[in-house]
Design a binder for this molecule. Structure first.
Ligand SMILES: Cc1cc2nc3c(=O)[nH]c(=O)nc-3n(C[C@H](O)[C@H](O)[C@H](O)COP(=O)(O)O)c2cc1C
Length: 221
């Protein structure tokens, strides 16, 4: 009887040990187990829906365009230096009714700019040319403007709203007497709603060509 009992105990122990011999990792959920995590589909393999991420589609031509508005030629000079440095095309924004010197007299409360500044509803400046030719060919667009009362001149607004910047790298630049770039680039980016906007750069009125070219070289486009 003792012998039979001993054999029975051995049999039970053998079964128990066999059950305990399974690898411990097998009961761990895949997300918690580093050895099995790789069996999950990698997130980057999941194709993104292009409808949901239009920013992923680059423009096709790989060309650079410098778009600018300049009332008194300071911004125009900087635009020219950028175009020389990058081999870019240029596109000047021209108001249908250009600003005269009197219009630009910000010290006169009744001048055109002063009235437009004081009443935003007057700032809808019609442009001769809001949409550059072959816009789709450009994947890099510099956007230049003078600072007016600490902001980008509103002459830019018609150009910003008339164009789709999807797939383009956009680089704001401005000239001013003393004001910084401030939020001018960010506000243009917000108004555009599309495009990959870089931080941008402010130059003083009468900027030196070397300063502009050094900045362009630092962009590593
Ligand atoms: C209506 C008006 C408002 C201006 N406001 C500012 C300003 O807030 N801060 C500043 O530093 N310069 C200001 N300026 C100076 C211009 O930003 C500066 O002269 C600029 O270089 C002009 O560029 P442009 O020659 O391309 O038009 C203003 C000029 C004008 C005509």
């Amino acid at each position: 009887m003792k012998k039979f009992f001993a054999i029975f105990v051995c049999f039970v122990m053998t079964l128990t040990l066999a059950a305990c011999g399974e690898t411990p990792t097998e009961n761990i959920e895949p997300a918690d187990n580093p050895e099995t995590e790789n069996t999950a589909e990698p997130a980057e393999d999941v194709p993104e829906n292009p409808e949901e991420s239009p920013e992923e589609s680059p423009a096709e031509g790989g060309k650079t365009l410098v778009v600018y508005y300049s009332a008194t030629n300071n911004t125009e000079a900087v635009a020219g230096y950028i175009a020389d440095a990058t081999g870019a095309d240029t596109f000047e924004l021209i108001p249908t009714e250009p600003y005269t010197s009197a219009d630009l007299d910000w010290t006169d409360r009744d001048s055109r700019v002063s009235r437009e500044h004081d009443d935003a509803s007057l700032r809808d400046v019609e442009l001769e040319n809001a949409v550059p030719d072959n816009w789709g060919d450009y994947d890099t667009v510099f956007v230049g403007y003078p600072i007016w009362w600490g902001e980008a001149s509103w002459v830019l607004d018609g150009f910003i709203s008339a164009n789709d910047f999807t797939g383009k790298t956009v680089i704001p630049f401005c000239t001013s007497s003393s004001s910084s770039l401030g939020q001018s680039g960010e506000l243009l980016e917000e108004a555009a709603g599309t495009g990959k906007w870089l931080e941008g750069q402010r130059f003083r009125s009468g900027a030196h060509e070397d300063d502009v070219k050094d900045w362009v070289a630092g962009l590593e486009l």
